[in-house]
Structures are given as C-alpha cells and as structure tokens.
Design a protein around this ligand. Structure first.
Ligand SMILES: C[S@@+](CC[C@H](N)C(=O)[O-])C[C@H]1O[C@@H](n2cnc3c(N)ncnc32)[C@H](O)[C@@H]1O
Length: 311
C-alpha cells in the first residue's frame, strides 16, 4: 500500500491531532492488528474480528442493491483502513482509496492493519491523509464510494455528499453503513442524543479521564435523520436514494428469536417490502422501515442503517 497526502485545512488538522484516537495511535501501533481493528473500527464492539463477516455484509449489500462492488472505489473516513482493505480483497475491485483526516491513524496504524487484512491485495490500496469534503480525484472517476460510520462526523453532510457525487461515474453508487435517525425525532431529541455522555468504562478505554465530561457531540459526531440523508443525496443529483435498516436476529425472547431467524431466510428485498408494511415501531431511534434481518449483524453492537445513492 502507498500513503499519499491531500490538502487538509488547518482547523481540521488541529481537531484531528487533538482527538483521543489520534493520540492513542502512537501507542496502538504496537498492539495486535486485530485489537487495533476492534478498537478503531468497531469501537470495542466486535469481539474476535474475523474478516469474513464484513465481507459477507458486502455480499448482502450486493444482493440488496443488485449491483456488484467493482472497479475503483473510495472509503470516506477510513480510520485504520479495515474496510478499505476488505474491499481491496474483492475480486472485481481494482483499487481503493481510504481517505482519513487523522494523520496519526494513517501513518501509525493503516500500514499494519491493511497488510494484515488485505494480504497480497494491499497493493490495490492507497491510504490518503485527506479530508472527505475535498476529494482530490477527477469528476466521474470512481465506481463506488463507501462509508462506515464516518459521514455523521461531518457538520455539513450536504456538501460532502455533493463532493462524493462529483467523483462518482454515471452508473456508480454511494453506499453508507451509518446512523440515519427516524424522521419522527425532533431537533430536541437529536440534541439530547448528542449530549449523551460516554460511559465511564468507555471513557477509560478511550483514554479520557472518568471525571471529564465527554459526550458524542464532543467526540465530533452529528445527527441526521433519514429524510435529511434522502434530501442531500437527491439534491446532489443522484437518481435515487434508498434506506434499509439492517437488523440483528438476536433476541432475549426465545419466540422472537425463532421468528427473526425464520424471517431472515426470506430474500432481503422481499423482507424489506414486507417490513415496510408491518406496524413495527422504530427501535434505538433507527427507522423500522425497510428492515432486513440478518444473522450477519449479530456480532455488531448496533443495528446499521444502509443508505444508498445511485448515480
Ligand atoms: C467512527 S470512525 C470510522 C472509521 C472507519 N470507517 C473504519 O471502518 O474503521 C470515523 C472516522 O472518520 C474520520 N473523519 C472525520 N472527519 C473526517 C474528514 N473530514 N475527512 C476524513 N476523515 C474524517 C475520523 O478521523 C475517524 O477515523
């Protein structure tokens, strides 16, 4: 893999350098790559990282969108490059740019993680120290753009999606695993979510002293509802936007567990059509519309919104 630099403005550079994850990256480069992945990619959420489960999740995405992941791609906000490397392992993918604003994460962690995950395919990877709101790529030059819980870190999702649209070729697509809150949530609800403090246990893992207030807002996060994602994707020029709620089959209730497991055997598109008409309520503030159950999600600590833009 190569490391390249794109332009980042001074304020973002400073914000990134002060972030706990960049500070931690100097020590973290000495830990096992699987532990780096668990900490940086899954926020301590997925035990025993096994590269097969995200790869199978990409296959599920292909079944849902009916398009193969192919050609040249970009991961926006790629962290240590876990998913960038997994995308590079896919046969039809020729090259992937992982764009990450934190120089510490790219220089200290990406080389270890990318070679651990991609093996010999690591030559397909370019790790970029760069800003996803300013992609130094020509118009209409890439086949897909991918996001894993990074785009909700921008306070200007509309401009970033416009920039992403610019670099995607006609016929290409944007796919995001991210947070898309339910449309029914008010601005006050979203503010409350952003003011949620991290637990003492999580702060400890982050290296933030327990007595210091640390909220999701302070962590650089923002909240967007499904309707905002749709508005920004459509106003950027994408032909169509879609949202699916990828849900786990896990449950403490045995009967519900059996029902969810049986339901998960139905093809994803059909599940989405059925759950769209079922009277199910939003859970964890994520929309229940277009819900797709999959055991693949059981290892993740959250349900995932899959948001797609087709150019
Ligand atoms: C929750 S992490 C997700 C990491 C990554 N997608 C993965 O799968 O490991 C969000 C990442 O987005 C990065 N980020 C935030 N703002 C960015 C920007 N403007 N340009 C590029 N990366 C950014 C953060 O530094 C952080 O590494």
């Amino acid at each position: 893999m190569e490391i390249v630099n794109w332009k980042i403005d001074d304020d973002l550079k400073k914000e990134m350098a002060n972030h706990y994850q960049a500070k931690r990256s100097f020590e973290a480069k000495n830990i096992h790559p699987a532990d780096i992945i668990n900490e940086y990619t899954f926020s301590f959420g997925v035990k025993n990282f096994n590269s097969n489960s995200p790869l199978r999740l990409f296959k599920l995405v292909e079944r849902i969108i009916g398009i193969e992941i192919y050609g040249v791609g970009v991961e926006v906000g790629s962290g240590p490059g876990t998913h960038t490397a997994l995308l590079a392992k896919m046969n039809k993918v020729k090259k992937v740019y992982g764009v990450e604003a934190s120089e510490g994460i790219v220089r200290n962690l990406a080389p270890v993680v990318v070679s651990y995950v991609a093996g010999k395919d690591d030559k397909k990877v370019s790790c970029v120290v760069g800003d996803f709101s300013n992609l130094e790529l020509p118009d209409n030059s890439v086949d897909f753009v991918f996001d894993f819980f990074s785009l909700h870190h921008t306070s200007d999702l509309q401009s970033v999606i416009k920039e992403i649209y610019r670099v995607i070729k006609p016929g290409g697509f944007l796919f995001c695993f991210d947070k898309a809150r339910d449309n029914a949530l008010s601005n006050a609800d979203l503010e409350k979510l952003l003011d949620t403090e991290y637990s003492p246990e999580f702060k400890k893992k982050m290296g933030v002293p327990e007595d210091i207030k640390h909220t999701r807002r302070m962590n650089g996060e923002n909240e967007y509802r499904r309707k905002e994602w749709f508005k920004y994707i459509e106003s950027a020029g994408f032909k169509k936007a879609e949202h699916f709620n990828l849900a786990r089959t896990a449950s403490r209730n045995k009967l519900l567990l059996i029902i969810k497991n049986i339901y998960s055997l139905i093809p994803p598109r059909i599940q989405a059509v059925i759950s769209n008409v079922l009277p199910i309520k939003p859970t964890n503030n994520i929309s229940a519309n277009n819900r797709i159950y999959s055991g693949l999600l059981n290892n993740y600590h959250k349900e995932i919104s899959l948001i797609i833009g087709y150019k």
